[in-house]
Design a protein around this ligand. Structure first.
Ligand code: AHR
Length: 503
């Protein structure tokens, strides 16, 4: 197959918000307990944080992390997680039918985030609780001192406030499964009042209101319109969630779900524009895609277990093992986020450790990286700067979820600081190589400085604790710069990161 790609210095989508490469971690399964925190593990520090897991996290250069949930947050009392650990209550977590020991709370998580070099993005409980607890939490985390909650924080050994700037107003409030689930107008009003109070405290705080849990919800996209009509002026982002699977074992259709996601983003952008116009508002609201990932391998088994189990502490839950096909899908999805970075400012891989995660931590044993770790890492490391509006002329296919899906998926980023252009490319064709001709208009003196690839693996093969490096990136070949253009061939079902120094 022949593919012509046009990259032009002046054809830009705009500046990418670094937070496009953020993550999410919930008090759920073995994400916190047995994931980032495992006291007694040979790799744990004096506070119980696993340094092997931390190293893998640091290597991702994650800008922000959403915490503590997820469904968990909708019945969470943040006060249970502060003060002396031996006096913290053990509670039932109704979302996942487990026991929460509260041995990790806001202060422990803040310490871990600081070690990881990640900014916290906190969610408040607008399910079982409301504005009052949320404002107390804000005072505890963000006020310097001299008030009840800020002095309590200081008495817990944290002198300086955390000054948290990003606040999520609940989680998936459209979902009937959510504890404290609400109707759109009811939730929109509560979100508005909470956001108003937070911005009244500090105008530089950014708020994220809950959009739909997924684009299959019966209330989608009416939910977005109704919620935004209640709170538009006081929110900065509306969240989207979407998880992906290939249950029917149809690889091309699976890849087509990236185009479906493009429609989802476009629809929410339309709802935002409609409400903005209706309200004659001045402010912009952007999209925070704060839960995304592949999630289907373990789903049915966990569902059975959750109904049967007897409130265990930190059980293995949603521990997906990812394969090569999932890595190709994640690479394409990240490309879509770059292409839609005009509207999507924040996105969070869900989740980070053990639970539907790029990093796995064996109990008492080693940590290892899943196949999807690598496309996420490369996007985070090299996908910063200006998103380019790349033209792709390649053969297409139709599938159940989308028509005219290009076999070649490309996103391009120019980092003006280093003058490096990075191309992220996936050849989705099942059996044909792509003969590439990539013009680089306006970028003089292009020189190939690095070519990384993931290719040549069976689609269903992944990594494991016993074989952690079975599917890893390697040095790519077959591409070179000729007469100012990138030319060469990439194999079927392959992922490439091509970095070019330009002037
Ligand atoms: O990430 C797992 C769960 O998926 C989250 O708790 C919830 O927000 C979503 O439904």
């Amino acid at each position: 197959m022949k593919a012509r790609v046009s990259v032009h210095r002046d054809f830009q989508i705009g500046s990418i918000d670094d937070r496009l490469y953020s993550a999410f971690i919930e008090h759920m399964g073995r994400a916190i307990y047995g994931g980032i925190y495992e006291p007694g593990h040979p790799q744990a520090d004096e506070d119980g944080f696993r340094q092997d897991v931390l190293q893998f996290v640091q290597d991702l250069k994650i800008p922000a992390i959403r915490y503590p949930g997820g469904n968990f947050v909708s019945a969470y009392n943040w006060e249970d997680g502060i003060g002396p650990k031996d006096q913290r209550p053990v509670r039932l977590d109704l979302a996942w039918r487990t026991k929460e020991t509260n041995q990790v709370g806001i202060n422990e998580f803040a310490r871990w985030s600081e070690m990881a070099g990640i900014e916290m993005m906190l969610a408040v409980n607008l399910g079982s609780r409301g504005l009052d607890e949320a404002r107390n939490f804000l005072e505890y985390t963000n006020f310097p001192g001299g008030t009840t909650w800020s002095d309590l924080r200081r008495s817990h050994g944290v002198e300086n406030p955390y000054d948290v700037k990003m606040w999520c107003l609940g989680n998936e409030m459209d979902g009937p499964w959510q504890i404290g689930h609400k109707k759109a107008v009811e939730y929109g009003r509560l979100a508005n009042e909470t956001a108003k109070a937070f911005k009244g405290f500090d105008r530089s705080i950014e708020t994220v209101v809950c959009g739909s849990s997924n684009d299959g919800m019966p209330s989608y996209p009416e939910w977005e319109r109704q919620v935004l009509e209640e709170c538009y002026e006081n929110v900065d982002y509306i969240s989207l969630h979407k998880y992906f699977g290939n249950r029917s074992r149809d690889t091309l259709n699976f890849f087509g779900k990236v185009e479906e996601t493009g429609r989802y983003i476009q629809t929410i952008a339309g709802a935002i524009d409609y409400v903005k116009a209706k309200k004659r508002a001045k402010n912009d609201v952007f999209i925070c895609f704060d839960e995304w990932n592949v999630w289907y391998h373990e789903r049915e088994e966990d569902g059975r277990r959750i109904r049967e189990w007897d409130w265990p502490e930190a059980p293995a839950l949603l521990e997906e093992t990812y394969n090569f096909e999932d890595a190709l899908f994640v690479a394409c999805l990240l490309n879509e986020f770059i292409r839609r970075s005009d509207r999507v400012r924040i996105a969070c891989i869900a989740q980070l450790v053990n639970v539907i995660a790029p990093i796995r931590a064996e109990k008492g044993g080693p940590a290892w990286r899943q196949t999807i770790y690598y496309p996420y890492q490369f996007a985070s490391l090299y996908g910063r700067g200006t998103a380019l509006n790349v033209g792709v002329d390649a053969p297409t296919y139709d599938c159940r979820v989308a028509d005219d899906v290009k076999y070649l998926d490309v996103a391009g980023v120019h980092d003006p600081g280093t003058d490096i252009v990075t191309l992220f490319m996936v050849n989705r064709h099942l059996d044909e190589a792509a003969e590439l001709d990539v013009s680089l208009t306006g970028f003089a003196g292009a020189r190939l400085i690095e070519h990384l690839s993931m290719e040549g693996h069976e689609l269903l093969v992944g990594n494991s604790g016993a074989d952690p490096d079975r599917v890893v990136p390697g040095k790519g070949d077959g591409l070179g710069v000729e007469d100012g253009a990138l030319k060469g061939s990439i194999s079927p079902l392959s992922y490439h990161v091509v970095r070019l120094s330009v002037t």
